[in-house]
Design a protein around this ligand. Structure first.
Ligand code: NI
Length: 138
């Protein structure tokens, strides 16, 4: 973290009370750290919206008994090997698998990969965690 600067913020008491309640539930120890995280979150949201370079994780839950599904998942991941950093496979139980795919690249490509994987028949649940490469903003 670079040099810290202080600045004053004025806002309605009701809004401040709600903010304090919110950050209390999220275990922030002070308002400064909560506000810093909100600002960072907005920069990350903007990077995704402006189709910049991003990083993130795609999480999938699926039934591995569906043989074609495994082949399709592998095939698609090979097509996107330039943006896939690593894949972790977890056997949740006898039937279900959890796959966590770490990605880095252009937001449009990452979004397209996530949408493509999520929409495959047999994928029970899929999410895209939109994060950042950490550059340009901290
Ligand atoms: Ni498995």
């Amino acid at each position: 973290m670079g040099k810290l600067f202080r600045f004053g913020v004025s806002l309605e008491k009701s809004l401040l009370d709600r903010f304090d309640k919110l950050i209390g539930r999220e275990n922030y120890t002070n308002r400064s750290e909560a506000i810093r995280d909100l600002i960072r979150q907005e920069f990350v949201r903007k990077q995704w919206a402006e189709r910049g370079n991003v990083a993130g994780a795609i999480t999938l839950v699926y039934d591995h008994h569906k043989r074609e599904l495994l082949e399709t998942l592998t095939h698609i991941q090979h097509d996107y090997q330039k943006i896939i950093i690593s894949t972790q496979h977890v056997h949740l139980d006898h039937q279900n698998c959890l796959e966590i795919i770490a990605v880095r690249g252009r937001a449009t490509d990452v979004q397209l990969l996530a949408d493509t994987l999520k929409s495959i028949k047999g994928v029970k649940h899929g999410t895209l965690s939109m994060s950042t490469t950490g550059r340009e903003m901290f």
